[in-house]
Every structure is written in C-alpha cells, then in structure tokens.
Write a protein that binds this ligand. Structure first.
Ligand SMILES: [Zn+2]
Length: 474
C-alpha cells in the first residue's frame, strides 16, 4: 500500500513536472532479479568470493575504493565510497564471519547502483548522500566459517576494548567518516519466530540502545523512524516475517556504541525462511532495505514516520521455530498410549547430526519442514549388525527397513551404500521405547501394515515411494 501511494505520489509529481521523479521507487523484485550477483547463492562467503567482484567495480568511476586496513591474518578490508552528499551513511557486513547474507546483498547493491539504466535513480541521491560500504569486516572469520576473528575475539563485543584489528578498523572508519546513519548487517539464529506467530523472522531490525534505560535521543529516534519505513517495506514484501531484535543495552557492542556516539544506527539481521537454505529471501530483502534506506535518508522521507511503526514490530521469540516438526506420532509407554508432536533440530556444522529437541503439543511452533504422522506410531530404532560385507541397493535397504532395522552397527568398512539415501552407522544416544529429548533423530514410523517411514538422522524416508521428504538443512 505504502509503495503504491509512493508511486502515485511520484507519478503526480512527474505529471506536474515541478520536480523530477523523486527517488522513492525502491528496488522491485523484478529489478532485483536482474542485478542479483550470480555465484553467491551458497551457505558461506569468503574474501575470495567478493575479491574479484570488488576488483571489477573498482574500475567504475562511481565507486571510490580504499583499503581500510588488514585483518589479523593480513587480508585486506575494503571500504567503498559512493556519492558526494553531505548526509553520510556507513554500512558494514559480516563482522561475524559466519554471517554472510548481507555481504551478498552489498554485492547486489553495487550492481544496482552501477547499472546504466539506474542513472536517474542515482542522480537523485548521489549529491545528497555519501555512502560508505565495508563488506566483510571479518574475512578471517569468514574463511574459518566462524563468528570470531582469528584471535578468537567476537569483534562485536570489542567496540570498547578495541583489541582486534578488525574492530579497530571499524571504529577508525566511523570516527574518520562521522556518519549520520549506521547500518549494521548481521545474520541471526534460525529459531527465531516473529512474536507469538509461527513465522520465521526472515528480517529483524533494531535501533540499538545507548544506555540501560533505553532512552530515545534525537539520533536514536531517527533510526527508529527509518526502521518505520523498513517495516512498511517488509509489510509489503513479506508480511508477518519481521521481528525486532533484543533491545537490551549491550555496552561492548558496536551498534550500541555507535548509537551512543550520535550515529543513528540500525541493526539489520537476516534470518531463515522455509525451504531457503542459503537465505536468499533475506538477501533480497537486505538489498531492498538498503535501496530504501538510501532513498529515505536522501529525501528525508523517514522523518514522516511516528515511532508507532517501530513499536509495533513484535520481538523475536527464540525457539519459536523448529527445523522439523513431525506431528501426531502415536507412542506407548507401559501400556499408556499418547499422541505427541516431535521437533527435530539439526546440528548443521561438523557431524551434521539431528536430534530430538521437543516432544508434546508443539502446535504453537513454526518449522522449516513439517510432516503429519497421523495414523503412524513410533517404532524404536534397531541395529543391523554388520558381520560380513553388505552392499545396499534400494531394494535391499528397503527390505531391511521394513524388517525394522533403522541403522547399522559394527565395522563400517563392511557397508557399501549404493543408494542416495542416508545411512546411520554406529549412532550414539538413540531413543528407546519412546522418543526422548536430545537423543539421535533415528527411528521408524509404522502402522498395522508395517513400517511406513524411516527417520534417518533427521531425514524422513517414505518407504512407500522411496522419497526423502526434505533435505538435511534449513
Ligand atoms: Zn552477528
């Protein structure tokens, strides 16, 4: 609605020819598809992913590149200045190395800004705003897929101590540039729901506090007003998937520290969306929010916002979202029958093990994947002991699962899996006569006709059609 009104407003202005079309066009989904940087639809981004893109953009006179400095391990951290206007905006990404989503969005933004057909759009703000981008503040953490820098320091808890080279660089950039606005770009955990809903917070926003009392001064008020504009965009693009990040004052953090330095700081957190492993929905929304921020800051449109838009955003509800929900499983303990929902959680790094997370009435939760097991009952896991070489093709594997074997024990080298189905070998911590919290997510689901589905390390294999119902991951 807001966007439509803005469009009408812009059309009206161009009809009257009093003013050139204002920069209130935003970045549409269609436009986004054209400028989306290929090659970044993956779970992690390292310096080597963006270095060639930055080298290309460095040829463009629109962009003023300079090396801000080096990470602890000697990788360059770049800053890119765009525009010459008096209102300065600093945006930085991936100070937590394993939070790459917004770095891809910054690459998209560079493509959009430099697109030849966006000349009019650019000209509307290049003399009003100076934008400074610092993509990937923590390249060492990115290379290690780690939140921390190579010294083990959480850069976002180093704003006061300033012992990490990367934290020093960010503070140095802020003090030299003196931005009016700061856009602090992160990824958040995938288990956040938007308030009491069962929807993911694909984006969460915050105007960080600068003291325990969470006072609102003129600078923080502007950040809240800009977030009001962002909330309008989210309501158009993905209603219900916006949350507010925890607003507890965090003295050591950059956002809170910058907020205390009079920088109107907005925290933008990218989160999950069903069936979107690599957070491409959040990435696109980031690009749209960045374009909106430029437009709104350049035109002063955000000043029209009351604080109600900000206040109305529901807080994140941690644990409101589960990786997988299997609803209505029949269980029996000591002759006592019950119907329960079971939530699974994936350990996405390292061993990629899935475990049972919660049991009971889980109807208040959302999930990335959901299966209704009505009419099916839990059947305890049972090991097939390897005593001689065994080659699994689909027929053989299905036969074993139907016989009630869920996994294999013994000498792993005896087993050859020629199917593309997961195999569970020598699992530790299995559930017993009923599913149990924090145990391995491997068991069977059966009815009176026998085993119908096998849960194999969190993945559901439907024996009736040989299909894995969802991939391991989010
Ligand atoms: Zn973070």
């Amino acid at each position: 609605m807001q966007q439509a009104l803005k469009w009408l407003f812009a059309s009206f202005l161009s009809l009257t020819t009093v003013v050139q079309a204002m920069a209130v066009d935003g970045l549409s989904v269609e436009q986004y598809q054209q400028i989306k940087q290929p090659g970044l639809d993956k779970p992690q981004h390292e310096h080597s992913d963006i270095a060639p893109l930055l080298a290309l953009h460095q040829q463009n006179a629109l962009f003023r590149f300079s090396q801000l400095g080096l990470s602890a391990q000697g990788t360059p951290v770049w800053q890119i200045d765009i525009g010459t206007g008096p209102i300065k905006v600093l945006a930085w990404s991936q100070m937590h190395g394993d939070e790459p989503t917004a770095t891809a969005a910054l690459m998209d933004l560079l493509n959009f800004v430099s697109a030849p057909e966006q000349k009019n759009w650019r000209d509307n703000w290049l003399n009003k705003v100076t934008l400074r981008l610092i993509p990937m503040v923590n390249p060492d953490g990115a290379a290690a897929n780690s939140r921390f820098n190579s010294m083990g320091i959480d850069i976002n808890r180093d704003a006061k101590a300033l012992q990490s080279p990367e934290g020093q660089l960010l503070m140095q950039a802020a003090k030299a540039f003196k931005p009016a606005f700061g856009l602090n770009l992160h990824d958040q955990n995938r288990f956040y729901a938007a308030g009491d809903s069962n929807k993911q917070t694909t984006i969460s926003l915050l105007a960080p506090a600068f003291n325990e009392a969470k006072d609102i001064d003129a600078s923080r008020k502007k950040a809240m007003q800009l977030i009001g504009d962002m909330a309008d965009l989210m309501a158009e693009q993905l209603p219900g998937y916006l949350g507010k990040y925890d607003d507890t004052f965090s003295w050591r953090s950059f956002g809170d520290t910058f907020s205390g330095m009079g920088i109107s700081t907005v925290l933008i957190e990218s989160g999950g969306y069903p069936g979107d492993d690599n957070r491409q929905v959040a990435r696109r929304l980031n690009a749209q929010l960045l374009v909106l921020s430029i437009e709104s800051i350049a035109s002063g449109a955000y000043l029209q916002q009351t604080l109600e838009g900000y206040r109305a955003i529901p807080f994140n509800r941690d644990g409101g979202i589960k990786d997988v929900l299997i609803d209505n499983i029949g269980i029996a303990i000591n002759g006592h029958d019950a119907i329960v929902d079971v939530a699974l959680e994936f350990d996405l790094v390292g061993a990629k093990q899935a475990r049972v997370r919660d049991i009971g009435d889980l109807s208040i939760y959302g999930s990335y994947h959901r299966f209704d097991a009505t009419g099916l009952r839990y059947q305890a896991p049972k090991a097939y002991t390897l005593t001689k070489a065994l080659t699994l093709d689909k027929t053989k594997y299905l036969a074993l699962l139907r016989e009630g074997y869920s996994h294999f024990s013994g000498d792993a080298s005896l087993l050859t899996n020629n199917t593309d189905w997961p195999v569970v070998l020598n699992p530790k911590g299995l559930s017993d006569t009923s599913p149990q919290r924090f145990r391995h997510a491997t068991f069977l689901l059966a009815n009176n006709e026998g085993v119908q589905l096998a849960l194999l390390n969190g993945q559901l294999l439907d024996l009736r059609n040989g299909l894995i119902l969802y991939p391991l991951g989010t």
